[in-house]
Each structure stands twice: as structure tokens, then as C-alpha cells.
Design a protein around this ligand. Structure first.
Ligand code: HEC
Length: 161
């Protein structure tokens, strides 16, 4: 009887073992994470050479100024000017992804959040530019500025002290 019991137990253990092998075979192994990006610039260069000029183009594109004849607005006029402005907004939008390269983001949730905020606000600028809407371009410019500042407050200024 004891022998029979233990035989059943062995069978049970074996079948559990076989089942777990089956399950582990059926489960797909997660794909290994391959870092396929190369970061050529350091953060300071990326800011000064790519992100800042693109943002400047958006910020400088629309402005109001007073004259003796009343308030005047500067805004893109020709299709080419609007198209150039769109290039800058698109550069800024995609440049936010450059901040998300693992080596730069280092898995920091705050950093990732700020970079995405920049991308989304640049995307809004792109929509405003496509609508040729100066007021909306100006407003999204303010939002872009907020995204830059949010990140700088946490990651840039403290390091410069
Ligand atoms: C996700 C974070 C992040 C975002 C978003 C970000 N920056 Fe930066 N930025 C940094 C960090 C970090 C530094 C400091 C780099 C260093 O000096 O090593 C920096 C530095 C700079 C500098 C260089 C200042 C100097 O002393 O040379 C400029 C210019 C700049 N950022 C502009 C911008 C603009 C414009 C935006 C938005 C359109 C922006 N940044 C958005 C993280 C960010």
C-alpha cells in the first residue's frame, strides 16, 4: 500500500513536471532589448545645436509689436515661410525622441515624462502651423517653453550650481 501510494505520488510529480515543461515551451520568451541607437552628441550639444534652434524658429515666428499706427503682428506670410516653420516644429517634435535614447534617458521616469511633453507640445505647434494660425502657434510656443523649463528645473539647473 505504501509502495502504491508513493508510486502515485511519483507519477503525480512527474506529470506536474512534464506539464510545467510544456507550459514553459509554449510561453514565448521576451525579445531581448536591443539598443539600436547611437547618441553622437552630448546633451549640451543636442540642446544648443538641434533643440534650441528648432524651438527658436517657432518662438520667433510670431510676435506682436506696437507702432504709432497701432498693434502689428509678425507672422509667416508666404507658403515657403510656413513650410520652413513646419520643418522646425517637425525637427523639435522628433528631437524629443532623441532625448529618449536609453543612454540619455537612463530609465528616469521624470526625464521621460518631460521629453514626451516636449514632443507633444511640438506636435501641437505643427498642427497650428498647418492651420496657418499665428495665435495658436504663439500659444503652443508657450507650451513648448513650459516643457523645456520643466526638465531644466529638475535636471539642468541643479547641475550648474
Ligand atoms: C528631458 C529634459 C530636457 C528637455 C525637455 C529640454 N532640455 Fe535643455 N537641457 C537639459 C539638460 C540636462 C541640460 C544641461 C546639459 C549640460 O549642460 O550638460 C540642458 C541644457 C540646455 C541648453 C544649454 C545651456 C548652456 O548653458 O549651454 C539649452 C540652450 C537648452 N537646454 C535649451 C532647451 C530648449 C529650448 C528646450 C525646449 C525646446 C529644452 N532645452 C528642453 C535637458 C532638457
Amino acid at each position: 500500500m505504501t509502495n502504491f501510494m508513493s508510486f502515485t505520488r511519483v507519477k503525480l510529480i512527474l506529470s506536474v513536471f512534464a506539464f510545467s515543461i510544456l507550459v514553459s515551451c509554449a510561453k514565448k520568451e521576451p525579445e531581448p532589448i536591443v539598443e539600436s541607437f547611437v547618441s553622437y552628441l552630448n546633451i549640451n550639444q543636442l540642446m544648443n545645436w538641434v533643440i534650441d534652434p528648432a524651438a527658436d524658429a517657432v518662438w520667433d515666428s510670431v510676435a506682436w509689436y506696437s507702432t504709432s499706427g497701432g498693434e502689428k503682428m509678425i507672422a509667416p506670410k508666404t507658403d515657403e515661410q510656413w513650410s520652413n516653420l513646419r520643418n522646425s516644429a517637425a525637427t523639435l517634435m522628433e528631437a524629443s525622441n532623441l532625448l529618449l535614447i536609453n543612454e540619455r534617458a537612463r530609465g528616469d521616469e521624470k526625464w521621460i515624462k518631460f521629453a514626451k511633453k516636449l514632443g507633444l507640445s511640438a506636435q501641437k505647434a505643427l498642427v497650428a502651423i498647418d492651420a496657418k494660425n499665428p495665435q495658436a502657434v504663439f500659444d503652443t510656443g508657450t507650451e513648448i517653453d513650459g516643457a523645456c523649463e520643466a526638465c531644466h528645473k529638475v535636471f539642468a539647473y541643479p547641475n550648474r550650481k
